[in-house]
Write a protein that binds this ligand. Structure first.
Ligand SMILES: Nc1ncnc2c1ncn2[C@@H]1O[C@H](COP(=O)(O)OP(=O)(O)OP(=O)(O)O)[C@@H](O)[C@H]1O
Ligand SMILES: [Mg+2]
Length: 255
């Protein structure tokens, strides 16, 4: 029988340089489909760089060089002729500072679908409703969709940015530091949404919180100084880390 791979994204010998500085070093990592993978590691380990490299967002900076391959369903997203807009639709990134556009709640969520040519009001209404529901925000905002998104609380803004990413029907969601600067209630809400979303999407989360990684992820990738040290099911990595550096990190000894 031919082996079927369930990996949604496969990094092969992936390196990222900012000018002369190498932020990721020869990463070989496969992200399982339909599960949540947490990328953990200290500040500067390369977590955000890794997430951005999965949707060609590193290229937004000058002087960035990416080497190696990132296969999305077996196709290298860095090969010539690839439609970058389509890659970014299929692989959505929710950045650490999720800023809504200075537009209404409705227009924020409808933004992506409109860019992709959806014009009918009825269709947009449906997409906005579905996306806000999936992001756990619908009940709070359904009576005020025309209000400015900037009037929302920080936790609601983070949820809105998840809804905005969902509106273009991505296949993969990359969420950079979902707990960043949020109160514990908002964090718990977003983690509940993440647990729901992973039933349907492939998720990759960058997080500095071991507790969060333990609560929401199925797999863990541990990065240190741009290198992938360890990858495995979350329960295995927590219970029996293979590498001393992983053990030190998850037990809080940063030697
Ligand atoms: N645009 C950039 N230009 C130059 N260097 C960068 C850039 N982005 C990141 N770096 C450097 O690359 C390394 C990895 O950064 P990255 O932001 O990926 O780490 P991180 O693991 O996400 O850290 P944090 O937990 O603080 O978010 C760091 O040394 C950082 O200073
Ligand atoms: Mg980061």
């Amino acid at each position: 029988m031919v082996a079927v791979t369930d990996d949604k994204l496969v990094m092969r010998d992936l390196s990222v340089y900012y000018g002369g500085f190498q932020a990721l070093s020869s990463i070989d990592l496969s992200i399982p489909a339909g599960a949540a993978t947490a990328v953990i590691g200290g500040s500067g380990a390369g977590k955000s760089s890794l997430l951005r490299s999965l949707c060609r967002m590193n290229e937004l900076w000058d002087d960035v060089r990416t080497e190696g391959q990132v296969l999305l369903d077996g196709q290298d997203i860095y090969s010539p002729g690839v439609d970058v807009t389509e890659v970014r639709r299929r692989v959505g990134l929710i950045a650490r500072h999720p800023y809504p556009f200075p537009k209404s709640i409705f227009d924020n969520v409808a933004y992506g679908p409109r860019v992709h040519g959806i014009r009918h009001r009825h269709e947009l209404d449906e997409i906005v409703k579905r996306s806000l529901k999936q992001a756990g925000l619908w009940n709070e905002v359904k009576g005020r969709l025309q209000d400015s998104a900037l009037s929302l609380s920080p936790g609601q803004k983070a949820s809105l940015c998840i809804a905005r990413a969902l509106a273009v029907q991505p296949e993969v969601l990359l969420i950079d530091d979902p707990a960043y600067n949020l109160d514990p209630v908002s964090v718990a809400k977003i983690e509940d949404v993440i647990l729901e979303l992973k039933q349907q999407y492939t998720l990759v989360l960058a997080t500095n919180s071991m507790q969060q990684a333990g609560r929401v992820s199925d797999y863990i990738a541990f990065l240190s100084e741009g290198f992938l040290v360890e990858f495995g099911p979350t329960s295995d990595v927590f219970a029996r880390p293979k590498d001393r550096r992983t053990e030190d990190y998850i037990t809080g000894r940063f030697s």
